[in-house]
Design a protein around this ligand. Structure first.
Ligand SMILES: [Zn+2]
Length: 190
């Protein structure tokens, strides 16, 4: 029993110390610039991706039924979202553009796409005056989407970590960058 207690105390101290380390590191560490030319998010630029009225109307329909209290179905999401190559939306899993279009990274599983699309829809709902009482928008959007698509949530975390590990120039960029994302999307306060 004594050994077990010591183990738990040691593990707790280690975890707390590691979180403090991540907190301090993510606020002070500056990721070195790479010589790669900065990539642009093209999907929200109407010169490259003109607004598709059928898609924005489908989104508007989802907004109206959400107002009546109906949760969007997978078919609703299929009708509303655009899937696009990662090159045209670097660093992103999905985005709700100002012109009302929703884009989701195309090299994801179906579950991940539904999870990301549901998250982006939540931003559109908010722009339409719904769920504005939520103080931390990214966190709330993530939790609502995770409740609807838990497997997609887990898979998106894994694939995002994988992409970030490939793109990060140093291991610290990966570690602290991932912590920043985690803090923004998964921790309720702060
Ligand atoms: Zn978001």
């Amino acid at each position: 029993m004594k050994v077990l207690r010591k183990f738990f105390i040691g593990a707790s101290i280690f975890i707390v110390a590691f979180i403090i380390f991540l907190e301090i590191g993510s606020r002070h560490y500056e990721c070195p610039a790479t010589d790669q030319s900065p990539q642009e998010v093209l999907v929200c630029d109407p010169h490259y991706f003109p607004v598709d009225q059928i898609k924005t109307q489908a989104i508007q329909k989802i907004v109206e039924s959400r107002r009546q209290g109906r949760e969007p179905s997978r078919q609703d999401l299929d009708r509303a979202i655009n899937t696009e190559k990662y090159e045209n939306m670097p660093g992103l899993n999905g985005i709700a553009c100002g012109d009302g279009m929703i884009f989701v990274r195309d090299n994801m599983s179906r579950q991940e796409k539904y999870f990301v699309a549901r998250h982006e829809l939540e931003h559109i709902f908010r722009r339409n005056g719904m769920n504005v009482e939520c103080g931390k928008e990214e966190y709330c959007a993530t939790m609502i989407a995770a409740k609807a698509y838990p497997a997609g949530f887990a898979a998106t975390i894994l694939s995002s970590l994988y992409i970030s590990s490939k793109e990060s120039p140093t291991v610290w960029c990966f570690l602290f960058g991932s912590w920043n994302v985690f803090r923004e999307y998964v921790i309720p306060s702060g």
